[in-house]
Design a protein around this ligand. Structure first.
Ligand SMILES: Cc1cc2nc3c(=O)[nH]c(=O)nc-3n(C[C@H](O)[C@H](O)[C@H](O)COP(=O)(O)O)c2cc1C
Length: 679
């Protein structure tokens, strides 16, 4: 009997760190079990596939990197499909499904996936399965697992529809992960199991419910009485064993000395901003440019490591060798032993350097904890916190309170998670900041983060890394005007590493005008930009230089106006053409603003000053091909600046909201609107 060829489909991936790639490889491997043949390629291997002629379903798995950029191995593909010369029926024959990986902690969530999807649709391709947007910020598996489960039925549906529609290539297959019809816009795949409220009332252990207010450990009706949609249990994927044996611990060679430390804010300022100067002269690997970011690796606090050892019941095994391996039978797609866990380490080293005891627990982690919690009331509360219905409580008591894993475990004493769970959920700790330039030195500026007391945290505390840096240099702190600090004592060292990717750079064409928006410590990279401009002016005295604008903001002129002298110096020497400063507290007003501000309220925040200068800003951005850079807080400032820019474009071009948003998105795509934001 002749053997019938198995139906085929394509799997194309774009992946920076390997997660999208292993999901794609997992699909290709599983295809045979479903009687299908998968042809797997990386998006940039365009010699291996031909979408122009493809008549089988295509499955895209793509992540996003940088500031909303495609992974390196998808760049060429994205460039190709963005070509304006392609006609709107270029991919009319194509039917596709797409899984986008991203992280909601970044401004441009799943931007690469969204860009590819938008272009595929503009070019006539038809979607046969709702797009999944997986969020690494809460755990990819929450979306990836159900998306993969529904994929096979959708591919088979697409294949049979294509077979029966051979003469009419009009594909109109939209299938939900469960296989029922679904609209393309309803594209967030979620898996859930429903659990009911327990028979007993929920509340703090052993305390009657009506005596309590809601808190981290206690919920009130309606939540305490409602049925819950809880995410599917993440598949365990690591085996961790502890062995009593001698080990040679790894020696870190990325330490650089802190050469100088300066407190940039006055003692009575609400925030403490510090400038650190690192001596990198002996470390040629650290060559950097203005705007670059780097990671600072800091150890967890010894007291917290001790608490964690006790909390896990492992205090007697602190010096044991930790062996981490992949579970043989794991169902987790793309599972890997985390790369930040070196070989040959003790438990103490692991808890000190490789786990973030302070990280905010993700919902998938809370879900996994449920399985290791003895007390039914505490179990129920953990289920609530990771459920759809408990989202407000999660945000309030966990995310917005910056609750740490350790604080969470302290609040749920009947929870005894295995070490493997902590390793699987928590990356090693880091902090990034933009820096500025001096030969052989690396400068960076940061605020010492303060977290107030909250439910689950009886007393306020400092941020892990900024608090650690503060303690490290505090005895030698120097205040503005007293430049010496290191003195005779040994210079403390810290571990740093340059981030490999950076697009936050001043325009390479010197004639391009640019606008910088950087309140608070967000001004730091712009000092680097302006220093670079100063050097370029010295080297090219004849060149034509584009205008430079800087919008800075702080609370008080005399307490937290960072780099005031430097900025005023740049203005006097003509390096910085326009410096617009605003103060959010007190009655201070920046000189030179008076004539503009008489008819409007005093500008308090950078966006107010942008608005006051709208005419110039829009001229630079919309007519002079200029660039705009924003650095600083993501949640409030960057969002407000973005909204203000939309308003300015609307007024200037007399267009509606949608059109203005499109214009701004266009600037972003052209890399003329760049952000380096956090929070
Ligand atoms: C340096 C870096 C930059 C990132 N930038 C973004 C981003 O702009 N938008 C986003 O949604 N996710 C961003 N992510 C998150 C990744 O897309 C996410 O972690 C994804 O799972 C990585 O998949 P990959 O291993 O296949 O690259 C970034 C991750 C890293 C490490």
């Amino acid at each position: 009997m002749p053997c019938e060829a198995k139906p085929r489909f394509l799997v194309l991936y774009g992946s920076q760190k390997g997660q999208a790639q292993s999901i794609a490889e997992g699909i290709a491997e599983e295809a045979e079990d479903h009687g299908l043949v998968a042809e797997l390629s990386c998006l940039n291997q365009n010699e291996k596939y031909n979408l122009e002629k493809e008549n089988a379903p295509v499955v895209f798995i793509v992540s996003t990197t940088g500031d909303g950029e495609p992974p390196d191995n998808a760049l060429q593909f994205v460039k190709r499909i963005k070509k304006k010369t392609l006609s709107t029926d270029h991919y009319k024959h194509l039917c596709y499904a797409l899984l986008a990986l991203g992280d909601t902690n970044y401004e441009n969530f799943c931007n690469c996936g969204k860009t590819i999807e938008r272009r595929l649709q503009e070019l006539g391709a038809k979607q046969f399965y709702a797009t999944g947007y997986a969020d690494d910020g809460v755990g990819l598996e929450v979306v990836v697992d159900p998306w993969l489960e529904g994929l096979w039925k959708a591919i088979k549906g697409a294949l049979s529809k294509m077979a029966s529609d051979r003469t009419d290539v009009q594909l109109n297959l939209l299938t939900s992960p469960a296989g029922s019809p679904m609209l393309a816009s309803q594209s967030h795949a979620t898996a859930s199991v429903t659990t009911s409220a327990p028979e007993t009332q929920t509340g703090d252990v052993g305390v009657p419910h009506d005596a309590l207010a809601a808190s981290l450990t206690c919920s009130l009706p309606p939540l305490s009485e409602s049925s819950l949609n809880v995410p599917a249990l993440p598949s365990p994927y690591l085996d961790v064993s502890l062995q009593d044996m001698d080990i040679m611990e790894p020696v870190r060679n990325d330490a650089v000395p802190i050469y100088r430390a300066v407190q940039m804010t006055r003692g009575d300022s609400v925030k403490t901003s510090l400038l650190l100067e690192l001596d990198i002269s002996a470390n040629p690997m650290m060559a950097y440019q203005p705007g670059d970011s780097f990671d600072v690796f800091c150890p967890n606090r010894a007291t917290e490591v001790e608490d964690m050892l006790h909390r896990l019941g492992l205090q007697d095994q602190r010096n044991h060798h930790v062996h981490v391996s992949l579970k043989k039978d794991t169902r987790k797609k793309g599972a890997q032993v985390p790369s930040h866990i070196p070989q040959n380490i003790s438990l103490l080293y692991l808890l000190t350097w490789c786990l973030e005891i302070r990280s905010v627990p993700k919902k998938a982690f809370l879900r996994a904890l449920v399985e290791h919690t003895g007390d039914s009331v505490q179990r129920r509360r953990l289920q609530e916190l990771c459920s759809k219905q408990g989202a407000t409580d999660y945000n309030l008591y966990v995310r917005d309170s910056n609750l740490s894993v350790l604080e969470l475990l302290a609040a749920f004493p009947s929870c005894w998670p295995p070490l493997s769970l902590l390793i699987g959920q928590n990356p090693c700790c880091y902090l990034t900041h933009s820096c500025l330039k001096h030969p052989g030195k690396l400068h960076f500026v940061f605020n010492v983060v303060e977290f107030p007391a909250c439910s689950g945290r009886p007393a306020g505390r400092r941020g892990l890394c900024t608090g650690w840096l503060f303690d490290l240099i505090n005895p030698g702190l120097v205040f503005p005007g007293k430049p010496e600090c290191s003195g005779s004592r040994a210079l403390p060292k810290i571990h740093v590493s340059l981030r490999p990717y950076c697009s936050f750079r001043p325009p390479s064409d010197l004639s391009v005008p640019f606008i910088m928006v950087g309140p608070g410590t967000g001004v730091a990279p712009f000092i680097g930009f302006l220093q670079q401009r100063e050097k370029e002016r010295q080297e090219n005295p004849e060149a034509v230089f584009g205008e430079t604008w800087l919008f800075f903001g702080c609370r008080h002129r005399d307490r937290d106006y960072l780099f005031r002298e430097e900025l005023e110096g740049f203005v006097s020497s003509g390096i910085l053409n326009h410096l617009k400063v605003c103060f959010s507290r007190g009655d201070e007003q920046e000189q030179g603003e008076k004539e503009i501000t008489t008819s409007v309220a005093r500008p308090r925040y950078v966006q107010h000053n942008l608005l006051l200068n709208s005419q110039y800003i829009t001229e630079i951005l919309l007519r002079q091909n200029g660039c705009l850079y924003v650095c600083g807080d993501a949640k409030n400032m960057a969002k407000d600046v973005n909204d203000t820019l939309i308003e300015m474009i609307k007024t200037e071009l007399q267009v509606d909201q949608l059109e203005a948003m499109k214009r701004l998105a266009g600037l972003r795509e052209e890399k003329r609107y760049l952000q380096d934001i956090w929070g």
